[in-house]
Design a protein around this ligand. Structure first.
Ligand SMILES: [Zn+2]
Length: 148
């Protein structure tokens, strides 16, 4: 999903959250984390480029046009989100709670959008599945309908 869509729904979600729970810290951290979770695409971009490189135009071009070789995407995984929720449950920190909400909703929207558009299977959002079964290969993670 494109960043503009994530900004729009994160804004709406954090507004609704603020209306319900009246916490600026949770609302703002939900908004920011709902967008910044996509920073993990940099991991695959750096692997693809074989260096740490910050060419924003090239980064967005390669991400949006499926020019990457790997799909490690550590934050886009059920396992990471579950761990984050568990930690925030025990730590009870407003910012961590907001990050958990932002990351969880972002992943949920990515999963629904990807499955509806038929560009990814639901199990491909498991980092263990991506690693052990798909070997983190981008072409096996996305666009399964063209590859199967
Ligand atoms: Zn995403």
């Amino acid at each position: 999903m494109k960043i503009q869509a994530h900004i729009i729904y994160s804004c709406g979600l954090s507004g609704i959250l603020f209306f319900i729970i009246q916490s600026w810290l949770i609302s703002v951290s939900t908004f920011i984390s709902g967008i910044l979770i996509d920073i993990d695409h940099l991991v695959d971009y750096f692997i693809n480029e074989k260096q740490i490189k910050f060419d924003i135009k090239d980064f967005f071009y390669k991400c949006e046009n499926n020019k990457l070789l790997t799909a490690v995407l550590p934050f886009h995984s059920y396992e990471f989100i579950l761990l984050l929720i568990l930690i925030s449950y025990f730590v009870k920190d407003s910012i961590l709670t907001g990050i958990s909400i932002g990351f969880s909703i972002h992943l949920l929207i990515d999963v629904i959008a990807g499955v509806v558009k038929k560009v990814i299977k639901i199990q491909n959002y498991s980092i263990l599945y991506r690693g052990f079964v798909l070997k983190f290969q981008y072409s096996k993670t996305f666009y399964f309908s063209q590859n199967d």
